[in-house]
Write a protein that binds this ligand. Structure first.
Ligand SMILES: *Cc1c(COP(=O)(O)O)cnc(C)c1O
Length: 428
């Protein structure tokens, strides 16, 4: 069934480390061979062996309109025909900046970059430059790209500074990053009481999507906002995943909380490399060429990527877009729960907008430790049982899932029929 993928994977491993250009693609968590894709249309993917799948990865979030959406493809083709890059300002960038600042009003100014990693790295540097402080807080299980200061895990014991979570990250860089438990009110209270006036920034995924899917408590986000305001600490919402995904204005609109800086990526590029960071005008003024914080990019604001982003954001701005997306997501998850219950399996789900989590446990987790307690082996069996039946889930129990506007009744029906058989298969 997967012979062409197996062949390509074998050859790729000789030339590309691990055969992949981003580690999770290697299927190490679930075992087996990564699927090599040939094309995608709407909610469906076709692999190099000709197998078809309903796609719940969506390139890890960007493909909110489904694959090869005609308006996005047309915008890309028209723009590409007028040159791929200038390395100089364009009117398209201004259009995108106007749309972003309108849809996410906490962003008074915005700078375009090419990846979520660049956006978060730059936002951290900006917060440090603006405040003149070095220490930052991140949360266990949240991912903010692969910048050095953010590849940090908790040190031993509460309230100790972090250790590098990757070789090659200098311990002194990690030493300025404090890692706390997501949703732990007690930890943020204690930390701000001790160190508040030394903290440059708090960076958080306002809905966590890189440890499967974990909802924040509203009270917790509100308290973070208060503490940051009180101590002059820059609150950064990393909405690279949640922006234009959980709702039109991102998680900040859903919860009604204004961060000082926001990072965006994924959906905002519609499948091409466009990302952004932005926020309070006084903070953004610290950025070169106005201010002393340096940040730059040869391909930043690339016209083709910007055109794909604009076409995507215009489509998701249509009235009712997110209501329909959320309804599709909920309906699919209700069906999965029903099938799991019929098979007698513990199973919980969570979702917001077009983003969801699946857990082989009795209840949805609230932090990283609880996520780790869900049954990973059972997820891995389920993943493969679904894959063989034409449903492509993220190849890890620690990733969120994504539904697109192209998913509808036929896709849900296909998914639930596959799930019924898959749950029966893995029950024992
Ligand atoms: C994906 C992601 C990033 C990194 O974005 P890249 O474009 O992969 O560099 C950063 N933060 C969050 C919350 C993400 O989900």
């Amino acid at each position: 069934m997967f012979s062409q993928s197996e062949k390509l994977f074998k050859e790729s491993q000789a030339l590309i480390p691990g055969g992949v250009n981003s580690p999770v693609r290697a299927f190490r968590a679930v075992g087996g061979t990564p699927i090599f894709f040939r094309e995608g249309k709407g909610a469906w993917l076709t692999d190099v062996d000709g197998n078809r799948y309903v796609d719940y990865v969506g390139s890890w979030g960007p493909m909110i309109l489904g694959h090869a959406h005609p308006e996005v493809i047309a915008a890309v083709q028209e723009t590409a025909a007028r040159s791929l890059s200038f390395g100089a300002p364009t009117g398209l960038e201004l259009e995108l900046a106007a749309l972003l600042t309108r849809l996410v009003p906490s962003m008074e100014q915005v700078r375009l970059v090419s990846s979520g990693t660049e956006a978060t790295m730059s936002a951290i540097r900006l917060a440090r430059g603006f405040t003149g402080r070095n220490k930052i807080i991140k949360f266990e299980g949240c991912y903010h790209g692969h910048g050095d200061a953010l590849l940090v895990k908790a040190g031993s014991g509460a309230l100790t500074f972090g250790n590098p979570s990757s070789a090659g990250v200098p311990p002194q860089v990690a030493a300025d990053t404090l890692v706390l438990d997501y949703n732990s009110m007690a930890q943020i209270e204690t930390t701000f009481a001790q160190l508040g006036d030394e903290l440059a920034a708090v960076i958080i995924e306002p809905v966590a999507g890189n440890m499967n899917f974990v909802m924040p408590s509203l009270e917790y986000l509100r308290r973070l906002r208060e503490l940051c305001s009180k101590h002059g600490t820059v609150l950064i919402f990393d909405e690279v995943m949640t922006g234009f995904r959980v709702g039109l204005g991102g998680a900040q609109a859903v919860f009604g909380i204004q961060p000082d800086l926001t990072t965006l990526g994924k959906v905002m590029g519609g499948g091409l490399p466009a990302a952004a960071f932005g926020g309070r005008r006084d903070i953004m003024a610290a950025l070169a060429p106005l201010g002393a914080v340096y940040q730059a990019g040869t391909l930043s604001g690339n016209p083709v990527a910007v055109a794909a982003g604009l076409a995507t954001l215009r489509a998701v701005s249509a009235p009712g877009f997110f209501d329909k997306l959320a309804a599709t997501t909920s309906e699919m998850l209700r069906g999965l729960k029903r099938e799991a219950a019929a098979a007698g399996l513990p199973f919980a789900t969570q979702s917001l907008g077009g983003m969801f989590g699946l857990f082989f446990s009795d209840k949805a987790p609230t932090d990283f430790k609880e996520v780790m307690q869900s049954d990973k082996d059972r997820f891995n069996q389920f993943f493969h049982a679904m894959l063989r039946r034409g449903v492509y889930l993220a190849p890890s129990a620690f990733e969120a899932g994504f539904v697109s506007a192209a998913h509808g009744a036929p896709e849900i029906e296909h998914t639930l029929a596959a799930a019924q058989a898959a749950f029966a298969e893995i029950r024992h």
